[in-house]
Write a protein that binds this ligand. Structure first.
Ligand code: SF4
Ligand code: SF4
Length: 466
């Protein structure tokens, strides 16, 4: 089957197999349903808690999920649901036509059950994701949690999704008349709100950072809080070509997958070598907790060496790319370096016009100290608000995220015309810096050294400095 898709860039054409070619099994819906039921039974086995067993206690259409697994695709297609008083609307999901057909023809009794549950609307099975905005890093009191669970049980399917990545707690439901009651309940009974859909500032998120993690290189929670304080209208009123996401990760482990899931990203990092407490490391070696040879061999850049004579682990700061490997294996003996700071990246997305992409490094390092952290944070928010978003909102095509715009314009032009001068005093120095600044301190472990240099060169060229 050939296809032709009109875009602003012209036409994409190509050929695609028909659904029957991709999933030969859908010719026989009963066979697919049988396979799906086997998957459900299989997922209940094992010594660990089974999410399938738990989901069975709710009204979640589990069979549809299993049919999706059997066919190798999500059973849901995206959509939106208008709700009075929620200007951004709520996320909606409708069964994919293929999945709907398989259930209707292969499991008519299940389809009837969906009718009884009231999750059918205009002949389609649908659900609404009412996203309750989470507190930073998901920290909340048990009292608040209980209220949210009660709202979920009474008005939704009894399912509340708790995921670190999105920064929201979607309540899954389908009864349109209850959606408005849910919004009222959340607004009246909790200190948070419902939102985060449409062309708005979506739920911004952060890792727990200094609240619970020894690796945090800056105060992720404070950065999260300031975004909420500065841009409440961005989160409420659709006013952009597409969505905007912020993520704050305390260190390069990037627990919240900021690198691939947000437009504006701040990742904690440091200059030079990690801190190594030699005494503590020797203790860990003695008790067999760590094998120094294994740690040395697993360093991707060969930055570490183990001195058998002095029993010291040494690190060449020029080679360390901050991959966190040795730190994960040997903390608390090895921790992020003392000279902490942040790296700023732009344009990571999983879904967008130009497909999935990792974010690009805009600013490799800005030092953070307790004294200057708020100043850097305000500078970052000004940069995003007054330069990048202001121009992106004017320049971008519909449904074009900032990462797509940077590709369309080319990174060099994007930095020059949209970002303008990203704090040149912080980024570019004409005289040699007093310590390794660029060459060995671009802490982006996923990109090889020569690639990293391309970013630096592009940035320098765009800013007209040598
Ligand atoms: S991203 Fe780093 S600082 Fe944040 S929770 Fe994960 S390991 Fe800790
Ligand atoms: S953080 Fe990674 S690159 Fe740096 S010394 Fe440790 S293992 Fe090597």
């Amino acid at each position: 089957m050939s296809w032709k898709v009109p875009t602003r860039f012209g036409y994409y054409t190509g050929s695609a197999p028909s659904p029957e070619e991709i999933w030969p099994d859908i010719k026989d819906p009963k066979k697919v349903v049988e396979k799906a039921r086997q998957i459900i039974e299989e997922m209940k086995k094992g010594p660990w808690p089974s999410f399938v067993k738990e989901a069975e206690k709710s009204q979640y259409p589990l069979l549809a999920w299993a049919i999706g697994v059997a066919l190798g695709r999500s059973p849901w297609d995206t959509g939106a649901s208008p709700v009075p008083g929620v200007y951004s609307g709520l996320l909606g999901r409708v069964f994919h036509a293929t999945v709907e057909k398989v259930i209707r023809e292969g499991a008519p009794e299940e389809y009837k059950k969906y009718e009884e549950w009231g999750i059918l609307f205009a002949g389609k099975v649908y659900e609404v994701h009412a996203r309750i905005l989470s507190p930073p890093a998901g920290f909340m009191s048990t009292t608040l949690m209980r209220v949210i669970c009660e709202i979920t049980d009474k008005l939704g399917w009894g399912i509340l999704q708790l995921r670190g990545g999105t920064g929201a707690m979607p309540v899954v439901m389908s009864d349109q008349s209850k959606v408005e009651r849910l919004v009222m309940a959340v607004r009246l009974l909790t200190p948070t709100d419902v939102g985060g859909s449409g062309d708005v500032l979506r739920t911004w998120t952060c890792c727990p950072g200094p609240a619970s993690c020894p690796f945090a290189c800056y105060d992720t929670l404070m950065w999260w809080e300031e975004v909420g304080k500065r841009f409440p209208d961005w989160a409420t009123y659709p006013q952009f070509p597409y969505k905007i996401k912020f993520k704050f990760s305390g260190c390069p482990i990037d627990c919240i997958k900021a690198l691939v899931g947000a437009d504006y990203i701040v990742i904690g990092t440091w200059l030079g070598a990690p801190q190594i407490d030699q005494e503590e490391f020797r203790k860990m070696v003695k008790t067999g907790e760590v094998d120094p040879k294994e740690i040395v061999e697993s360093c991707p850049t060969g930055a570490l060496t183990w001195d058998e004579q002095s029993l010291e682990l040494k690190c060449d700061p020029r080679k360390c790319v901050k991959c966190m490997n040795c730190i994960i294996r040997a903390n608390p003996a090895i921790l992020p370096g003392k000279n902490k700071g942040v790296m700023i990246l732009i344009g990571g997305t999983i879904k967008s016009r130009m497909g999935p992409k990792m974010a690009a490094v805009l600013i490799p390092f800005i030092r953070i100290t307790p004294e200057n952290e708020r100043k850097v944070l305000n500078w970052f928010l000004d940069l995003v608000e007054k330069k990048i978003v202001a121009k992106w909102a004017d320049t971008a095509f519909v449904r074009e995220r900032v990462g797509d715009l940077s590709i369309r314009m080319t990174w060099e032009k994007f930095v020059k015309e949209v970002v303008e001068h990203p704090a040149p005093d912080l980024v570019i120095r004409k005289e040699p810096p007093p310590e390794p600044y660029y060459k060995d301190a671009i802490p982006f472990a996923m990109i090889p050294r020569d690639q990293k240099w391309k970013y630096v060169e592009a940035l320098k060229k765009a800013l007209g400095v040598s």
